[in-house]
Design a protein around this ligand. Structure first.
Ligand code: SAH
Length: 235
């Protein structure tokens, strides 16, 4: 990802950008800590995280916490993903540069930017129109090239399918059949799913062949819910 000052138009963003040297040191510290995490994140994933200025994706009031390993509030009552969760989901995906990846839950665009920094081809869906509008502008200002739409992630993007990998960054209540159908044979989806008792686990779903999928249940996790339909802004 390239960030050039001339591309930054928004005044608030200029301020965030000017502060980059201070944040670069904090980002380095954060990645150093992630390197010692017991989940053993992939080194190339941490390299990508090292290259993404998370503070540019945070709301101004939380900017000083941008390099703590925590979720932070963003617009539409949603949250920016926790760096260790981004590292975990991306590591599990076994990504290779150039792969076609569908992301469900664009949110602040932070996870999207990490995927772009890794070098994959990103398609991303957000159901909150407010977030879609904010993030579309930010992607333009930061010259982040992705295909992003405002839509219902449960439906995927059939017109761009099949995908090598699918990453779901909100907690689903089922394995979405339409997303599974959009995976390439040999492809993989990482998705948090909540069971009937309200407990969520991370799952890795692999498409073995046209009709067969294998599912691995992984650790417990916590995500904002994956809801159906689009939430339009009412003027
Ligand atoms: N990865 C994002 C944050 C994810 S929070 C980041 O780094 O900022 C989860 C996001 O998923 C929220 O923005 C929420 O609105 C969105 N979401 C929930 N259900 C969805 C659905 N069905 N389709 C698309 N997006 C959805």
């Amino acid at each position: 990802m390239t960030l050039t000052k001339t591309k930054i138009k928004d005044e608030e963003l200029v301020m965030k950008f000017v502060e980059e040297p201070k944040f670069a040191a904090r980002r380095k510290m954060m990645v150093k800590q992630l390197q010692t995490n017991e989940l053993a994140f992939a080194a190339d994933v941490l390299d990508a995280i090292q290259r993404v200025p998370r503070h540019l994706f945070c709301q101004p009031m939380y900017i000083n916490s941008a390099y703590e390993d925590v979720t932070l509030p963003i617009a539409a009552k949603q949250t920016i993903s926790q760096p260790s969760t981004v590292a975990r989901q991306m590591s599990l995906l076994d990504l290779h540069p150039g792969e076609k990846v569908l992301e469900i839950g664009t949110g602040s665009g932070y996870q999207t930017a990490c995927l772009v920094a890794f070098g994959v081809d990103v398609y991303t869906i957000e159901r909150q129109e407010t977030l879609f509008t904010i993030t579309s502008e930010l992607f333009k200002q930061l010259d982040i090239k992705v295909k992003n739409i405002c839509g219902d992630g449960y439906l995927g993007m059939p017109e761009h399918a099949p995908f090598d990998k699918i990453i779901v960054t909100a907690g689903a209540f089922q394995f979405p059949p339409k997303l599974m159908a959009q995976l390439k044979v040999g492809g993989m989806m990482i998705i948090p799913v909540e069971d009937k008792s309200g407990v969520s686990n991370m799952y890795r779903v692999r498409r073995v062949d046209e009709s067969d999928f294998s599912v691995d249940k992984l650790e417990k996790c916590n995500f904002v819910p994956m809801l159906s339909g689009v939430n339009k802004v009412i003027n």
